[in-house]
Design a binder for this molecule. Structure first.
Ligand code: GRF
Length: 207
């Protein structure tokens, strides 16, 4: 059984999709050990608690230094013997110590087709604003392993979503969540939990 830690910062709709997929059998061989938020008020924490899953806030604001926060997060993940860290709308920059300790064991969902509209500064609605500004006809979502860069790790899966004429960033964000994020994120977790994914020379290979 793969032990997951889901790291969140906001609404937690991706967390919800993961919990639902575990409940309905779309994800097998995985359980959520803990949900951790840097933001005490994140609705994602309520979703987890409502589901009977341990939900914790670990906020940089509660530590004197960033290093102390990083260390606390690291200790939490290591002491729980977490197998896979799932970044589901997590706005915290994951410290190098965690990235090194969990090589190819951290995944993230990004709301565009990487390498478009990604990297530093591309988060939340900004991603969709930029896509609409550029006038692309197709966007989507990407689930990828996390390495030391921003949105640079090996790509696990992507799903395209068409842009429609009157799209606003909000409307596009919602469509990408519904059609892409909530589909490919649970699927990636199921593939990892069932040993269908390996990383060879920095690229994801499906068995
Ligand atoms: C999603 O758009 C995800 O792609 C991005 O942050 C958002 C999180 O939404 N990384 P939610 O908290 O899962 O509802």
């Amino acid at each position: 059984m793969l032990r997951l830690a889901v790291l969140v910062s906001g609404g937690g709709t991706n967390l919800q999709a993961i919990m639902d997929a575990i409940d309905n059998g779309a994800i097998t061989n995985a359980e959520i050990d803990v949900v951790i938020s840097n933001n005490k008020n994140a609705f994602a924490l309520e979703r987890a608690a409502k589901h009977g899953i341990e939900a914790k806030a670990i906020s940089p604001k509660d530590f004197e230094t960033r290093d102390a926060f990083n260390e606390a997060l690291y200790e939490e993940l290591v002491s729980r013997k977490i197998d896979l860290i799932v970044l589901a709308g997590c706005l915290v920059v994951i410290p190098e110590k965690i990235i090194n300790a969990f090589e190819n064991r951290i995944i993230n969902i990004h709301p565009s087709l990487i390498p478009s509209f990604c990297g530093t500064g591309y988060y939340g609605l900004k991603v969709h604003e930029k896509a609409l500004e550029r006038g692309v006809k197709v966007s989507g979502a990407t689930v990828h392993f996390v390495d030391a860069g921003t949105d640079t790790g090996p790509i696990i899966d992507q799903k395209a979503v068409y842009i429609e004429e009157d799209d606003t960033p909000e409307v596009l964000q919602k469509r990408i969540m519904e059609q892409a994020e909530w589909v490919i994120m649970p699927k990636a977790i199921d593939d990892i939990a069932n040993g269908r994914i390996t990383v060879v020379d920095g690229k994801v290979v499906k068995k």
